[in-house]
Design a protein around this ligand. Structure first.
Ligand code: WTA
Length: 656
């Protein structure tokens, strides 16, 4: 089959009997969850997690939408992810095969992990971190990232991991919002063949006098020159290495906060999504087992996400480790030092289950299938996709060229807020439909609503995805802002429905297709960005009077950030004088990178004389999207000034 014809034919893929025979997922799970929702989740909790104190009530929904799962239960997440596997005799099993970008490696067994996590927990306690204190983690993809998270979980100190690609400004906002007492960072990490510094961003983030941060713990990764602030900064190796290897893991309440993770919403202020211990761990463990089909005694699993995103939390740290699985952790970029690096890693470690994002698959498609075919990838048996819709062409390419035409693919829909996988096929059970996440997994219920909030089941009609029953890994709120939690998720269609913010439809077979965000959240390469956040970054530049941002569809990244900017009067005059339009666009793009991070840099900035607004002053982003996507401009009848769109089209000064 040629690559062109891949997209032309409609294929479904029935489960391979050999795969089905060994799969953890079964048809019976659907029936069991259907028959007794809470009973099903109680069973999962008792089968998959070790509780120091058993729970009573499975779900307390009396204060909806604030859920309490596994009421009265006590457990320790780190004990569940590490110690109990050692106690069960698996101390010699590899937990993490670490592959640094320059090619250095580390092999960390479960016994090693237990020692490292215990030492880190002791070290944190010696620095004054106790139960309930929040800890910021700003690290590259190195084992210390997982070790630090587990050490926090062990002592009951909620972690707030901030993606290493975020700027000092973004780090500062997140540290302050969660009032973090300590920051764990490194001198730097390796990216694209060179050491890239991290510590200077921490220094800049902490410059403000009122910072809550008392200590900064710095892992030495690259050995680059690093300024250490006397009395505040400590090297990880000075504090953690000499600490005791034994640490008693205390049980915490099932509803004790495990972590905060900031994500973009529809306003400029990122939301601190917070998750608690019991329910989150149960659903991570369950989904790693039935969706990723992990068999810890024989699988080598690899999730290519960064630990700074929820996928890294649930499917590098908590899910696979709760199952006692062996996994690969890779520090760097897929094209360093060559475009076959990932496939070389698959071959080297015999990776069996690979979990990645559609944007990566599309990049590999562009690079060509003759790259992966140079490597022996016969160990692979299951592929996963997450972060954005995977188009059928990319799905079929992934199956053919990475999965050797034999591996099932699980397209998994979920969110930072849902904590764990919600909609996905079960490998070995579901007949796969390329491009669709298909069905809620057993224990999860979803519906699609129309504009009036009525559920429907007609095929091909577009509506809004909602979740209709509470689930164990659901967010427990937005840190410090319970009202915003209610307003954002539980009011659009009334208190019965969790509004996910995604458009969706059914096909004729009843499969759910996710159609992207319906709010002002963009999805660029599987990363969530808010239009409002980028607009406020642009407006904070002295030359900008007003800005509007839209997500325009992009073949490679799913969506791309496109900004329309009105300059201040002085800046317009200056730009005309020296003809510096192009420089200015660069300056603005760099400004966004500084305010938020390089991932938020607009692909395009268009300097315009006006923005299209309704009579009540609301920016009509729909029309700007038409411009950004090079389409005929849609209905302009509600515009306050109907000449604005032609002004914009004629007056586009620059596009970078
Ligand atoms: C999108 C990432 C279609 C969706 C785990 C969601 C998806 C947002 C899929 C959450 C998928 C994630 N198919 N869309 N398989 N997975 N999304 O919080 O728009 O970074 O609302 O969590 O990503 O992004 P987040």
């Amino acid at each position: 089959m040629s690559e062109e014809s891949l997209s032309q034919e409609h294929h479904t893929f029935a489960p391979d009997p050999a795969f089905a025979a060994q799969a953890n997922g079964t048809k019976e799970l659907y029936a069991a969850a259907e028959a007794d929702h809470e009973g099903f989740w109680a069973q999962q909790a008792r089968d998959r997690i070790s509780w120091a104190t058993d729970f009573g009530q499975t779900l307390d929904w009396s204060d909806a939408p604030f859920a309490r799962w596994y009421v009265g239960g006590e457990l320790n997440a780190a004990y569940n992810c590490v110690d109990r596997h050692v106690e069960a005799g698996h101390g010699d099993r590899v937990a993490i095969h670490f592959e640094g970008e320059p090619g250095d490696t580390r092999t960390i067994t479960y016994a090693d992990l237990q020692r490292e996590v215990s030492k880190a927990a002791n070290a944190l306690e010696s620095l004054g971190v106790g139960k309930g204190d929040t800890v910021a983690i700003y690290l590259p993809m190195i084992p210390e990232a997982a070790i630090a998270m587990l050490a926090c979980a062990r002592i009951g100190a909620p972690h707030s991991v901030v993606f290493g690609g975020f700027s000092a400004e973004a780090l500062n906002t997140r540290i302050n919002d969660a009032q973090c007492k300590i920051v764990i960072t490194s001198d730097g990490g390796y990216r694209r063949g060179a050491p890239s510094p991290l510590k200077p961003a921490v220094d800049a983030a902490l410059e403000h006098a009122d910072t809550p941060v008392e200590k900064v713990l710095v892992v030495r990764r690259t050995g680059q020159d690093t300024t250490m602030v006397e009395g505040r900064d400590l090297w990880w190796h000075d504090v953690v290495d000499p600490a005791s290897e034994s640490h008693e893991a205390q049980p915490h309440d099932a509803e004790h906060p495990l972590f905060i993770l900031y994500t973009s919403g529809t306003t400029g202020k990122p939301k601190g999504i917070f998750h608690t211990t019991g329910g989150y761990l149960v659903q991570c463990a369950y989904t790693s087992a039935v969706v990723h089909d992990l068999h810890p005694e024989r699988d080598v699993y690899w999730c290519t996400a960064d630990i700074g995103w929820v996928t890294g939390h649930s499917y590098i740290v908590y899910g696979p480790l709760a199952n006692g699985a062996t996994q690969v952790m890779y520090e760097g970029t897929p094209d360093t030092p060559h475009r076959g690096r990932w496939w070389e890693i698959v071959a080297k470690y015999g990776v069996t289950v690979l979990y990645t994002a559609p944007t990566a698959v599309r990049t590999f498609m562009k690079w060509g299938h003759d790259i992966p075919t140079q490597f022996d990838m016969s160990s692979l048996r299951l592929l996963g996709s997450v972060g954005e819709p995977i188009n059928p062409e990319a799905w079929l390419w992934y199956r053919k060229w990475i999965g050797g035409d034999r591996c099932p693919i699980v397209d998994t829909w979920w969110q930072t807020e849902t904590g764990a996988i919600m909609i996905s096929p079960l490998p070995g059970v579901t007949t796969l439909e390329p491009g669709s996440a298909q069905l809620p997994i057993p224990g999860i219920s979803a519906e699609i609503l129309d504009d009036e909030g009525q559920p429907f089941t007609e095929a091909e009609k577009v509506g809004y995805l909602v979740l209709t029953k509470p689930w164990p890994a659901m967010l427990r709120g937005i840190w410090g802002d319970p009202q915003r939690y209610k307003d954002t998720y539980w009011s659009r269609f009334g208190p019965k429905y969790y509004f996910a913010g995604d458009g969706a439809k059914y096909d004729v077979d009843g499969n759910i297709w996710l159609l992207g965000r319906v709010d002002d959240v963009m999805n660029v390469s599987g990363h969530r960005l808010s239009t409002a956040e980028i607009e406020s970054a642009l407006v904070s530049h002295p030359k900008v009077a007003e800005a509007a941002v839209v997500g325009a569809s992009d073949e490679m990244t799913g969506q791309a950030v496109c900004a329309f900017v009105i300059l201040r009067q002085e800046a317009v005059a200056e730009a005309d004088e020296v003809g510096e339009g192009v420089d200015l666009v660069k300056e603005l793009r760099d400004h966004v990178a500084k305010e938020i991070g390089p991932i938020a840099k607009p692909r395009q900035i268009m300097i315009v004389p006006e923005l299209p607004k309704t009579r009540s002053g609301k920016i009509m982003r729909r029309l700007l999207k038409d411009v950004a996507e090079n389409r005929e401009i849609g209905d302009v009848t509600t515009l306050a000034d109907s000449s604005v769109m032609s002004l914009i089209k004629e007056g586009l000064v620059a596009g970078a």
